[in-house]
Design a protein around this ligand. Structure first.
Ligand code: DGL
Length: 270
């Protein structure tokens, strides 16, 4: 099984921020990525809708013989990771906002979390805060609209900056010094965020930690690719079709920082 690929999915292209890190830390592994862009943003969907989509995508990934699945989406992890674990026998690795590391880093005792509306309202985030941030003030800011900008390959338009400024304002007013990016789309906005926060906050995100977790799980299950001659293969799929798929492929190439081929999922998984 160790020769089989790692499956990674997100509601859209944001999970590429995680895939980039997995690619860097695990250079011999084959990877299959699914962007469920036809159903993004998950942050505006119900838990049942997300669970149904996550099961469909994981069934597709299983048809590609993946050995583990990384849910590269905070929102899907918060609402569907448990359902997936009941549905599948292979390891499922989810991710959640980096509240714990942020609590360690803050000097002012005030951290901010930017997330989708669904993640911001999730019991899972509340549990994280109750567990790790008892003596820290946590300002949680829901950020509807940001995912759509990243999906469209927009990282720094005036309209996006305006939206980000609005979302950062309450955090700045509260004196937050540590900023958790609680959505895998947001690392692609890092440059623009840095411009706006002007060195007043440290940005924390999750892709390195989740990749270490992937390495741990693969090691534990003896699933690490051991063939030193393996030629890595990375495949990309999307639930979009036609012109929208072509457009999305352009955004994906920007995020992936090189050319790629984005294929449409077979109809039964779209
Ligand atoms: N990248 C997803 C996350 O980490 C975005 C979810 C969405 O589509 O709203 O939460």
């Amino acid at each position: 099984m160790s020769n089989q690929p790692i499956g990674v999915f997100d509601s859209g292209l944001g999970g590429l921020s995680v895939l980039l890190e997995i690619e860097r830390q695990l250079p011999a592994e084959d990877l299959v990525y699914v962007a469920d862009s036809a159903h993004a943003p998950y942050g505006a969907k119900t838990a049942d809708y997300m669970a149904e989509r996550c099961i469909k995508i994981s069934d597709f990934l299983l048809s590609q013989r993946v050995k583990v699945i990384v849910v590269a989406c905070n929102t899907a992890t918060a609402y569907a990771a448990e359902v997936l674990r009941q549905h599948l026998t292979i390891p499922i690795i989810g991710l959640e906002p980096a509240v714990k590391p942020a609590v360690k880093l803050t000097q002012t005792g005030k951290i901010g979390v930017l997330a989708t509306r669904q993640t911001a309202n999730s019991a899972r985030l509340q549990r994280l805060i109750d567990t790790y941030a008892q003596n820290t003030q946590v300002v949680v800011q829901a950020c509807p609209g940001l995912v759509e900008h990243v999906e469209a390959g927009d990282f720094n338009s005036a309209e996006l900056k305006q939206l980000l400024s609005e979302y950062l304002k309450p955090l700045q007013e509260q004196g937050v010094d540590t900023l958790v990016l609680g959505c895998t789309h947001y690392p692609f906005l890092r440059q623009t965020l840095m411009e706006l926060i002007q060195g007043q906050m440290t940005i924390v995100e999750t892709s390195q930690a989740v990749t270490r977790q992937v390495v741990n799980i693969l090691t534990q299950h003896q699933l690490l690719q051991t063939n030193p001659l393996a030629q890595r293969r990375v495949q990309f799929y999307s639930s979009l079709q036609g012109e929208l798929l072509e457009k999305s492929a352009k955004s994906a190439a920007l995020l992936w920082q090189r050319e790629l081929e984005l294929l449409s999922l077979p109809a039964e998984f779209r």
